[in-house]
Design a protein around this ligand. Structure first.
Ligand SMILES: Nc1nc2c(c(=O)[nH]1)N[C@H]1C(S)=C(S)[C@@H](COP(=O)(O)OP(=O)(O)OC[C@H]3O[C@@H](n4cnc5c(=O)[nH]c(N)nc54)[C@H](O)[C@@H]3O)O[C@H]1N2
Ligand SMILES: Nc1nc2c(c(=O)[nH]1)N[C@H]1C(S)=C(S)[C@@H](COP(=O)(O)OP(=O)(O)OC[C@H]3O[C@@H](n4cnc5c(=O)[nH]c(N)nc54)[C@H](O)[C@@H]3O)O[C@H]1N2
Ligand code: SF4
Ligand SMILES: [Mo]
Length: 887
């Protein structure tokens, strides 16, 4: 027997949209490789993409429908869901029901959800987690261009002379594009400017890092607009022929002088001046922006302040220049195409426009198209809390963990009469609050399309059988729609849905709407199977698709001119005070994806960061008597979380950073959204997830522990715990506030009393440090290890995790117990390169021995030579060693 034929598909994580080749092996494993022919990635994958094959196991999977915890058949559950919708609508009207979806749905799933809610149920209440992610970019695009259009292509990164990254940790969040940028830096000397309050891995690759005061981006770009105008860089023909509102925008932008700007932005005048001059002098400029821009109460203004500078200079839609909103989720863009946001209709048509409504109604054959926008995410959950929503369907997202005021969201879900959750797992905080659980098919188990940040539509393809009773989301929703008695949902395959979506995009379009993929309106199932990636618009008149838009105007406003939008600086919605003196910033780490339902399944992706942390500037830490590795409580007016202190000067004073990933199944209470307030941007409704006033304090833990075990350790009753995986089992950090129990008794609680009779238990107690250690070996194999100490546990964790499940004899067992590698087995240190599992100590040793560059370290250790996600960290280590050697 041979392995199955390789299948080309698309990565299900970030908006880069890399092409993946998946091969199912005879032993049921799946090999993953980059697709060299995919035009978004040319064969590259980052650490998360490379590890996809390790995340496909069925443990934790939701495999059968459930109602109130009881397994039921599909027929029963579909009728139950349809009944719940019908009863709510009959008794309270169509606005008493809602769907909350996700940029991780495929376009076909999303299309059905939106058609059902806005076209047939007749309510606007279909919103999505894109409200937390892209809504400000959508609103900014629409204000400026009249349409939600990203003008450029990834190729522009190869051709630009200057790339400005605003509020984007590109190196960790869009790693394959970041590498493309680094290649351009090496090849043509592209200058890179990073505007971010933190010294991120991205900032370390920059020629200039502007550590902006959080929230001050509008002021910074207003200053740039005024400078460009004064420096004579206005593209007068472009501005005169293709734009309006230029004078008003300039007047407002020019109000503060450079000194006032320095005050607002926290950036020295000389640095501002240097940045402005660099931008002015470089006509091929791309400005990339992400969540430091969008997730702000001034998010839409930030987007327009950036776009204004590109309109003024005519740097838009030309090779190597343009404003570039980079999308987060794999199908953030596809969701916008089908109208997934509560204020959109479908195919970039708008709810407010009567002729759009009429057109969509005729196309769908319905008289129920909603005439009012629905509730945006934050308002939707408030309405649920008030009892206005009786039936809610959450699909492919985890709002009880990822929404601001997460505890209130969880309480609202608990109160809501019927909560239906479609997910691939039942372990999320949201799934645990569901009345009805629907098992969705996951990545590799279903067919569909996604659109990446450069408007490129690619196929996701099925290469695995459907597990248990899991079904694709489009099928589940179509079945419910049919049971509600609606026509037009008798789809038998995603290709039919895609063709309908393409036909709607072209319906009575004639160049009036940007989103037109009419070329695919009559696509056969066979052609859908063979579909190769293309960039929209791809109208029938331009079947090859479109690389760039707007170089010669042609905007989608009624006048066909782009709008300069006057933007004035506003401080963030809630500011620090004596009680909450620090600003909490939140975001991502390199190797985890959101609430970890998939990346949390592989040990390889825990090696880089294995525990939730609070990154704190050394002076803020010392003010609060916090030392490295202490446990820290972070409190806001809304709640409290606990995580490990990471004391570094990568944070500026006054700001702290907490990653968004560690939620219920992986940590006691570390997800920052329980702290974040409900403030939103007034135009887009996107919440301010990057600016919450907080305070920090040291958690006076009586004891700390590190545990690893083949079986999942029982830690959830402790005051603090965080779990992760290793290749062979589990790893965990634990701590307790109470000194009541002797450490030995604690050890029995954690590892269980039930160690097999054949087990060898090795224990020791170090009187001096007060450390209790115990290791259990079964048939010679290391089954579990527990280190307990009154202080944060010091141990060679990366090395230890590699030893779990290995066989040990004699003295070697004592090294395990000591938590240290023996002299013959050097400790590799924290894992930096997750592809080849190369640790910090190995990289440092190579650098000390003379490897003076990232490539030289790669040549000695292989670190950084596969996906390249770790290259910035290797650079930092090499530079630190070089500096040390120089002094
Ligand atoms: N590894 C990994 N990659 C991912 C994801 C993941 O979960 N893990 N998720 C994907 C998704 S859905 C998204 S949306 C993207 C997000 O991608 P990014 O937006 O790049 O990531 P974030 O870490 O959310 O935030 C970006 C930066 O904004 C900065 N920032 C905070 N406040 C401000 C401010 O006021 N001004 C400026 N200029 N900067 C500020 C933060 O310090 C942070 O470094 O990542 C995608 N890629
Ligand atoms: N504090 C703070 N909060 C944030 C952010 C931040 O930067 N800071 N970022 C925000 C942003 S940008 C985003 S995008 C959100 C992300 O937040 P969420 O969307 O809540 O996070 P995920 O963990 O990606 O949730 C996706 C869910 O879909 C499930 N799933 C996977 N595949 C499928 C499928 O095919 N079908 C179905 N039905 N389910 C599936 C997964 O198991 C998972 O439970 O978080 C937002 N929240
Ligand atoms: S950069 Fe990484 S996470 Fe993003 S699409 Fe590519 S492989 Fe997937
Ligand atoms: Mo996102």
């Amino acid at each position: 027997m041979t392995n199955a034929a390789p299948i080309k598909t698309t990565c299900p994580y970030c908006g880069v949209g890399c092409g993946v080749v998946a091969t199912s092996n005879q032993d049921a494993s799946v090999s993953i490789a980059g697709d060299k022919e995919h035009p978004a990635s040319f064969g590259r994958l980052c650490s998360k993409g490379s590890a996809l094959g390790e995340t496909l196991s069925l443990d934790d999977r939701l495999l059968h429908p459930r109602i109130n915890g009881e397994q039921v058949g599909w027929d029963a559950v579909l009728s139950h869901v349809a009944d719940a919708f019908r009863k709510s609508i009959d008794a309270y009207g169509p606005d008493s029901v809602a769907i909350y979806g996700s940029g991780q749905l495929l376009t076909e799933d999303y299309y059905v959800a939106n058609k059902l809610m806005k076209g047939f149920i007749g309510s606007g209440n279909m919103d999505t987690n894109s409200r937390l992610c892209m809504a400000s970019s959508v609103a900014g695009h629409k204000r400026a261009f009249g349409s939600d259009t990203v003008p450029g292509s990834y190729e522009d990164l190869d051709e630009a002379d200057l790339v400005v990254l605003v509020g984007s940790n590109f190196a960790w969040c869009h790693p394959v594009l970041f590498q493309r940028l680094q290649a351009a830096q090496a090849k043509r000397g592209t200058k890179v400017v990073v505007i971010d309050p933190c010294k991120t891995a991205t900032a370390q690759a920059a020629d200039m890092h502007l550590a902006i005061r959080p929230g001050a981006d509008v002021a910074l770009f207003n200053g740039l607009l005024a400078h460009l105008s004064k420096a004579g860089l206005t593209d007068t023909a472009f501005v005169a022929d293709h734009t309006s509102g230029h004078a008003d925008a300039l007047r407002i932008a020019g109000e503060p002088d450079l000194y006032q700007l320095a005050d607002i932005t926290g950036i020295e005048t000389i640095t501002l001046q240097r940045f402005y001059e660099l931008f002015a002098a470089t006509s091929k400029t791309v400005t990339i922006y992400s969540q430091g821009v969008n997730q702000s109460s001034a998010g839409t203004d930030k987007v327009n302040a950036v776009i204004n500078c590109h309109l003024l200079t005519g740097r838009i839609g030309k090779p190597g220049s343009g404003p570039f909103s980079i999308t987060g989720q794999p199908n953030a863009m596809g969701g916008r195409e089908v109208g997934g946001l509560a204020n959109q209709l479908a195919a970039h048509m708008s709810i407010e426009d009567a002729s759009d409504r009429d057109r969509v109604a005729r196309f769908w054959g319905t008289s129920s198209v909603t005439s009012t926008a629905g509730l945006k995410a934050v308002d939707l959950f408030k309405a649920i809390e008030r009892g206005d929503i009786k039936t809610l369907w959450v699909i492919a997202t985890n709002p009880a963990a990822s929404m601001p005021e997460a505890d209130l969201v969880a309480a609202a879900l608990e109160k809501c009469p019927t909560v239906i959750v479609s997910d691939v797992t039942a372990t999320t905080r949201t799934a645990k609050l569901a009345d009805v659980l629907l098992p969705a098919a996951g990545w590799g188990e279903k067919d569909g399309t996604v659109t990446n940040s450069e408007r490129r539509i690619s196929r996701q393809r099925k290469f695995l059988p459907l597990p248990g009773e899991a079904r694709p989301d489009w099928w589940i929703m179509s079945q419910v729609a049919q049971r509600l008695g609606f026509d037009g949902f008798d789809y038998t395959s995603p290709s039919e849905i895609f063709a309908e979506h393409a036909a709607l995009s072209a319906f009575e379009n004639e160049g009036t709407r940007d989103f037109d993929i009419g070329t695919y309106a009559d696509l056969s199932p066979h052609a859908y199977d063979a579909l190769t990636p293309f960039q929209w618009p791809a109208p029938k008149s331009r079947p090859a698709g479109t690389k760039r838009l707007f170089a010669k105007g042609g905007f989608f406003t009624p006048t066909r001119r782009a709008n300069f939008v006057p933007t004035a600086h506003r401080p963030p919605a809630s500011t620090t005070c004596d009680r909450f003196p620090l600003v909490l910033n939140t975001g991502r780490v390199r190797d985890q994806w959101h609430t970890m339902t998939r990346t949390g399944k592989t040990g390889r992706l825990f090696a880089h960061t294995s525990e939730p942390y609070v990154e704190i500037h050394p002076d803020d830490a010392s003010d609060a008597n916090i030392e490295a590795a202490d446990l820290v409580a972070v409190e806001s007016t809304r709640g409290r979380i606990t995580a490990r202190a990471l004391v570094t000067d990568r944070q500026v004073r006054g700001n702290i950073f907490v990653p968004m990933h560690w939620t219920d199944p992986y940590a006691s209470c570390a997800h920052p959204d329980v702290l974040v307030g409900p403030h939103v941007d007034p135009v887009s409704g996107q919440p301010e997830l990057k600016h919450t006033p907080v305070r920090i304090s040291r958690v006076p833990a009586a004891w700390h522990g590190f545990v690893m075990s083949i079986d999942k350790p029982d830690v959830e009753s402790f005051d603090y715990w965080a779990l992760g995986r290793t290749d062979a089992g589990w790893r965990g950090e634990i701590a307790g506030l109470s000194p009541d129990k002797p450490l030995e008794a604690l050890a029995t609680d954690i590892l269980g009393r039930g160690a097999a009779a054949s087990a060898d238990v090795l224990s020791s107690f170090d009187l001096k440090s007060g450390t209790y250690r115990t290791a259990i070996f079964c048939d010679g194999r290391l089954q579990s290890l527990l280190l307990l100490s009154p202080r944060p546990v010091e141990a060679a964790r990366a090395w230890l995790c590699d030893q779990l499940g290995q066989t040990f004899e004699g003295q070697a067992r004592h090294y395990i117990l000591a938590g240290r590698a023996g002299a013959d087995q050097p400790d590799k240190g924290a894992i930096i390169c997750s592809c080849f599992q190369v640790g910090l100590n190995e990289i440092a040793a190579a650098a000390t021995d003379g490897a003076g560059s990232v490539d030289a370290v790669g040549a000695c250790t292989k670190a950084g030579t596969n996906c390249g996600s770790c290259r910035m960290e290797i650079k930092r280590i090499v530079e630190t060693i070089n500096v040390k050697q120089a002094v």
